[in-house]
Design a protein around this ligand. Structure first.
Ligand code: ATP
Ligand code: MG
Length: 616
């Protein structure tokens, strides 16, 4: 919404894209709710955090002690020409630095140890939650943006949780300690050294507002870059086919430049601000030297105190610098944290009811009782659909594209919940049973056969990873894909590339059928691919399907005449309704939509034209 990066930023193009990629970026003030939620991830490691904090405190105290030791060396040991005393103090100072080194190293190690665990936990929780989110969520979220959340946003949260909290406490202790030490040594000189603080505060205020904006833009900018990148990678085939490399490159390049510029703005701010702090610290040193020196000349202060002051003043500005850096970390983590929590808080809409029970072994009666359905409350796509399938029956759903066939299948597997009516299996409402126990007994051969990267054997055994090689082969034989697999150089161990691109569509379908066969489901949902395959493969697939359907209840979204002819019942779906039901011959005789479809779709346009018996 609020995207304008510099006056030159092309607002229309990337602005729209940023929004599409989840760039809804309102203000991220410090939100205690978000912080508390995030801190919960650190809670299991609180002992380590406390240990890190203690080490930090020891380091802080040692840091505070060294200037004081220098003062003792100058004002006492040197002034009294006490060489053994000077040696002792010098050794003590060396030991202090050694202590600082050890405690700082230990504290950093502890924080990283915790941080990396929190990081992994957050990613694990996100992954698990994303797995349980309904398909409706995934329909509306761009993959790359989700990836960006899991990788980038989680990273900045980790920065805050692991480094931030301890830095905040440790630095505050150092600040307060230095103020106390300075005031107790010389209130007058202390006040003079703090005279640069108003400048410091002004600089910080000037910086933080801008930094907040800049860092927010880098957050959504990187999400847009990753989102566009991922989408283009998966659509590479289409991009190259339509020779749109130029246009998609321009689009990506714009997003990339917008992100780069946002990042540069953020960096510029940091690099203007941090040296400014340095400068002010030097200014304070000059003030101490000038006034402190005058006090020493007038014998109002000892030289040791002024030297100690010089050390304290430089140390005073380090925590301030760190704290303002912490502020940007907090900004980034707020922006990232909100996005991550938004994902974690998205309810698993099609979630199991608390009383949900295990689905008993399915016999196979399926009933759709006056079902209406709309995706995400949008336009209704199924209206008052009723259907009864007896155990062992094969029902074919046919109808024009977009009629609602896949949607009906989605409801039976409960990928979505009905808007009205009920889906019952063996008389049990699918909403009353645990999803896993339901889907575990269902087999799905999707319209778009999806294969994972891995071997052919792993893909067939996807639903039953414990299957033996013999079982895998039996399933492959049943699906009539054993021959082609055996013909491959690697056989069952042939690696499938991502998405199965090194196999033909027909081969992919056969593998998906084998996968469903091995899972031995009670109910089979088969969404036949619309793409046509050669007649031999067609015959193979048909044969595979016939064997697969034996002894199971099956819903087949059919595009093949042979499947339809064999079905016990054919349902013609049109505009979200079942408009005709019956067997092939009955429906043909009725001369309705089925006959029309049959003539146009299944016999081909040519034969439809030659069919003379049409009377319209
Ligand atoms: N995930 C979704 N979100 C929103 N609307 C959807 C979604 N999937 C499908 N639709 C809409 O639902 C309607 C029915 O789609 P469906 O996929 O069930 O059709 P179909 O009969 O399977 O078509 P085809 O034969 O082309 O596969 C369509 O109007 C479509 O636009
Ligand atoms: Mg479909």
């Amino acid at each position: 919404m609020s995207f304008s990066i510099g006056a030159a930023g092309p607002r229309m193009g990337p602005g729209g894209a940023l929004e599409r990629f989840g760039g809804r970026d309102e203000m991220h003030p410090f939100d205690i709710q978000v912080v508390l939620r995030l801190l919960a991830f650190v809670r299991p490691y609180w002992r380590y955090m406390v240990a890190a904090l203690l080490l930090m405190l020891v380091a802080s105290l040692l840091t505070l002690a060294t200037p004081y030791l220098v003062k003792i060396a100058i004002d006492q040991n040197i002034a009294q020409r006490d060489v053994p005393g000077l040696t002792r103090t010098a050794l003590l100072i060396a030991a202090t630095f050694g202590g600082i080194y050890l405690t700082a190293a230990g504290q950093r190690w502890l924080l990283s140890w915790v941080g990396l665990r929190v990081l992994a936990t957050l990613r694990r929780d996100l992954f698990r939650h994303l797995q349980n989110l309904p398909l409706g969520y995934h329909d509306t979220h761009i993959v790359g943006v989700t990836i960006s959340r899991v990788i980038n946003d989680v990273g900045v949260i980790n920065d805050l949780l692991s480094q931030g909290v301890v830095t905040l406490i440790g630095d505050s202790v150092v600040l307060v300690g230095i103020v106390i030490a300075m005031i107790s040594m010389s209130p007058k000189l202390a006040l003079l050294s703090f005279s640069v603080l108003p400048l410091m505060i002004a600089a910080t205020l000037l910086f933080t507002g801008r930094a907040q904006r800049a860092f927010r833009q880098t957050r959504s900018g990187i999400a847009a870059v990753v989102g566009d990148f991922a989408e283009n990678l998966s659509g590479m085939r289409v991009i190259q086919a339509f020779a749109q490399e130029g246009a998609t490159f321009e689009h990506f390049d714009t997003l990339n430049r917008v992100n780069r510029d946002a990042h540069i703005s953020a960096m510029t701010l940091s690099f203007v601000f941090l040296p400014a702090v340095e400068f002010l610290s030097m200014l304070a040193t000059a003030v101490v030297l000038w006034f402190g020196g005058a006090f020493v000349i007038r014998a109002e202060l000892s030289l040791g105190v002024v030297v100690a002051f010089l050390a304290y003043v430089t140390r005073f500005f380090d925590p301030i610098q760190e704290l303002s850096q912490l502020y940007t970390t907090v900004q980034a983590a707020m922006a990232g944290g909100e996005r991550v929590i938004e994902v974690l808080d998205t309810p698993a809409e099609v979630s199991d009811r608390p009383v949900a029970r295990e689905m008993p072994r399915i016999v196979g009666r399926i009933e759709l009782d006056r079902v209406s359905f709309a995706y995400r409350g949008e336009m209704e796509v199924l209206h008052d659909v009723s259907l009864r399938i007896e155990p062992g029956q094969t029902v074919a759903l046919v109808g024009p594209t977009g009629a609602g066939k896949t949607s009906i299948a989605n409801l039976i597997a409960r990928f979505y919940d009905v808007t009205a009516g009920a889906v019952r299996i063996d008389g049990i409402n699918v909403r009353d049973v645990r999803q896993r126990s339901l889907r575990g007994q269902m087999g799905l051969v999707p319209q778009d056969p999806f294969l994972f990267s891995g071997t052919i054997a792993e893909n067939i055994a996807f639903g039953r990873p414990d299957a033996s090689p013999a079982e895998i082969e039996a399933a492959a034989r049943l699906a009539r894909c054993h021959d082609f697999i055996a013909g491959l150089p690697g056989g069952y161990q042939t690696e499938i590339l991502e998405g199965g691109v090194n196999l033909s569509l027909g081969q992919r379908q056969l593998l998906c059928i084998a996968r469903a066969a091995l899972a031995d489901p009670r109910i089979l949902i088969l969404d036949e691919a619309t793409a046509s395959v050669d007649t031999i493969t067609e015959a193979y697939i048909q044969d595979a399907i016939d064997r697969l359907l034996e002894g199971r209840t099956a819903i087949v979204i059919a595009h093949r005449l042979s499947t339809i002819r064999n079905a016990d019942l054919i349902c013609v779906v049109q505009d979200g309704r079942i408009v005709e039901q019956g067997r092939h011959e009955e429906l043909l005789a009725r001369g309705g939509l089925y006959r029309e479809l049959y003539e146009k779709q299944f016999l081909g346009v040519a034969s439809a034209e030659s069919a003379t018996s049409r009377d319209d």
